[in-house]
Design a protein around this ligand. Structure first.
Ligand code: ZN
Length: 120
């Protein structure tokens, strides 16, 4: 079980990561249109322009997904369900949570999950 001090540290980590992400998403949204294109070095190259735009979009999506995980982790801390693997319901070690505080799975289930995703 995580103690109160560990939970507090993890909550702070989550809030820090969240703040940085919100800034990033905000930045991506502001720069994903005209402004970003005008910053692109090779503005006449239609292919590279489209590529940059797609890259920005998928980056933004990944970050929004991450934000969702962080919000879920924060509410799990409030409800006392934090740090439990969503698949096998075993406790996720504190060290693992400290490096990725919004991680949803223990190492075993993450490996299985990734193998399954690669297989699809
Ligand atoms: Zn698990």
């Amino acid at each position: 079980m995580l103690n109160k001090e560990q939970l507090t540290r993890l909550k702070e980590r989550l809030l820090d990561v969240r703040e940085a992400l919100v800034r990033d998403v905000d930045h991506i949204q502001k720069h994903s249109n005209d402004e970003y294109e005008s910053e692109a070095p090779d503005i006449n190259d239609e292919a590279s322009r489209t590529y940059s735009r797609n890259l920005m979009l998928s980056r933004g999506e990944a970050e929004r997904h991450q934000l969702k995980l962080i919000d879920e982790a924060l509410s799990a801390i409030e409800s006392g369900d934090y740090g439990v693997c969503v698949d096998c319901e075993s406790e996720i070690p504190f060290e693992r949570l400290l490096s990725v505080p919004y991680v949803e799975r223990c190492v075993n289930c993450m490996t299985k999950f990734e193998d399954k995703q690669r297989g699809q």
